[in-house]
Write a protein that binds this ligand. Structure first.
Ligand code: FBP
Length: 510
């Protein structure tokens, strides 16, 4: 108990590194960084914010600091969130940080609390979003926007900072558009959060939370690999979180070198995937290795062309109304998977993929095939690593990244920026050299069908099959199949020289 308290206290006291550009806020200001492009079809949706340009933080004159900013967490937790609040509070007076509770719903219902300075600082370097809570409410009606505008006006907020992923930043874009159109002084600024890593652009290499989640999973995958190598009897099927894109799986694969890692973006059919797994398990069994480690991205199922069609159709109609081919596929799935696919979607219309046991579906399909091929040693173990990684103590990278984002968000509000996302384009460099940008949210948007209608949303960034990280993985993966080249990253290191342990994610540096 004593040891535990002293670890917590020490962790809270640790001061993350700060980029030079953010060390003297009164000597820097956001300056226009050229026009940014966006999809012309989006103009009618965002007439007021469409003309806004990107800005970057440079040395130069600044205006007086804002006195009051509202902030909220939105979507799933991601490590480092509390440091965004700490970074904001450092540049705001006592009583200047207003926390909306439970995400966007707290904003709509005016459920907020003035945060005390000492209270915010006591959450430094802790994981989770528990200081404010979070939620997945989507802003859908004019009445909700009116209620939010009323609260921001009554509280005389200079700014509203939305800490969230793609769906949450779509909310931020809608609010900034409405506020600007109404002449409301509250500026809306986004902070890029999601463990999934699918909020990316040229100026935003990765969102916060990704690094900590991957390090947490990679530690556990390494432990399992060592266990597999020791007991030599189980094939471990590990599903990793990441609702759509396979960034987490790619990062963990580079960090641990499993026997097989599936990448959803390769868009292979279910038959192809199962056949590759069967061949791998059979070959390893013949080589006297009836064990192995296989990584499966949570979003895999949505990339399998036939499943993608089925999921889209289930979003529009009930299973009884499915066309013959999809009905046949649906009925061929184990009952448990059928039920999971039919669960209510989240408020943004996404299937709750974290609830779909893809790893068990694949194991179920492999059993008869391997039996037929005479592989009697097949003994699978299914795992799902997801929630374990979202609220861990932030890595040195996420701790520093979030502190910088918090400061950047306050400076963006101060410099009258709205409808933009705070980013650090050169995250792969050392912290002292980090630059800060404000990227118009509209430049990240596209039109997508959600709940049967075309709507503007932030586009999800998928694994780039021509990118460096994927190419490296592709080059190496064949050797991981038969040779046991597992890596064991071990737990995150929090103490010692901060610089020594500060490493950006592998997908940024490979
Ligand atoms: P965000 O996009 O909100 O950051 O959440 C990502 C995620 O962790 C996904 O990886 C996962 O599929 C989903 O949230 C789980 O959602 P829930 O917390 O509602 O179970």
């Amino acid at each position: 108990m004593h040891l535990m308290i002293s670890f917590l206290e020490q962790r809270k006291k640790w001061e993350p590194l700060l980029p030079h550009i953010l060390q003297e806020p009164s000597l820097v200001s956001f300056q226009k960084a050229g026009k940014s492009s966006f999809l012309p079809e989006l103009s009618p949706w965002f007439p007021s914010i469409a003309h806004l340009s990107a800005a970057s933080l440079e040395k130069g004159e600044s205006e007086s600091a804002p006195s009051k900013i509202g902030v909220l967490f939105s979507g799933g937790p991601a490590s480092g969130g509390h440091n965004v609040l700490v970074g904001m509070q450092e540049l705001l007076p006592e009583g200047g940080l207003i926390g909306f509770l439970g995400g966007i719903s707290g904003l709509i219902k005016a459920n907020f609390r003035v945060l005390r300075r000492d209270e915010v600082f006591s959450y430094r370097n802790t994981g989770g979003f528990d200081l404010l809570g979070s939620g997945r409410t989507k802003i859908e009606t004019e009445a909700q926007i009116a209620a939010i505008a009323k609260t921001c006006k009554e509280l005389v907020l200079d700014g509203l900072v939305i800490i969230g992923g793609d769906d949450s930043q779509t909310n931020a874009a809608c609010l900034s558009e409405a506020f600007l159109a109404q002449g409301l002084k509250t500026r809306v600024v986004g902070v890029p959060k999601t463990i999934d890593g699918d909020l990316q652009t040229k100026d935003l290499p990765i969102s916060f939370g990704f690094d900590t989640a991957c390090r947490t999973y990679a530690e556990m995958i390494g432990n399992i690999a060592r266990d597999a190598l020791s007991s030599r009897k189980y094939t471990h099927f590990i599903k990793l979180m990441g609702r759509s894109a396979s960034h987490i799986t790619l990062e963990c694969a580079l960090a641990t070198q499993p026997n097989l890692a599936l990448i959803g973006e390769e868009k292979r059919s279910l038959r192809e995937i199962v056949e590759e797994m069967a061949r791998l398990i059979e070959a390893r069994a013949l080589a006297g290795k009836p064990y192995g480690v296989i990584l499966i991205p949570e979003g895999l199922i949505e990339f399998i062309p036939e499943m993608q069609r089925l999921i889209a159709l289930l979003g529009r109609s009930s299973e009884s109304a499915l066309p013959a081919e999809e009905k046949k596929l649906f009925e061929s799935l184990p009952e448990k998977i059928q039920q999971q696919l039919l669960l209510d979607r989240d408020p943004h219309g996404n299937v709750r993929l974290s609830q779909v046991a893809t790893e068990e579906l694949l194991i179920g399909m492999l059993h008869p095939i391997l039996r037929e091929r005479g592989v009697s040693s097949f003994s699978p173990q299914a795992h799902f690593f997801g929630y374990e990684g979202r609220a861990a103590y932030p890595s040195q990278f996420d701790a520093a990244y979030c502190l910088a984002l918090g400061r950047a968000a306050v400076l963006a509000v101060r410099d009258r920026i709205t409808g933009a996302l705070c980013t650090i384009p050169n995250l792969a460099e050392e912290v002292s050299k980090w630059q800060v940008k404000a990227v118009p949210l509209i430049s990240l948007m596209t039109l997508e069908e959600r709940k049967g209608k075309k709507r503007p949303v932030i586009a999800k960034a998928l694994v780039d099959l021509h990118g460096k990280a994927y190419s490296l993985f592709r080059q190496r993966r064949e050797n991981w199949k038969s040779g046991d080249q597992y890596l064991y990253p071990g737990p995150m290191q929090f103490f010692g020289e901060a610089e020594k342990y500060h490493q950006p994610p592998l997908i940024l540096t490979s």
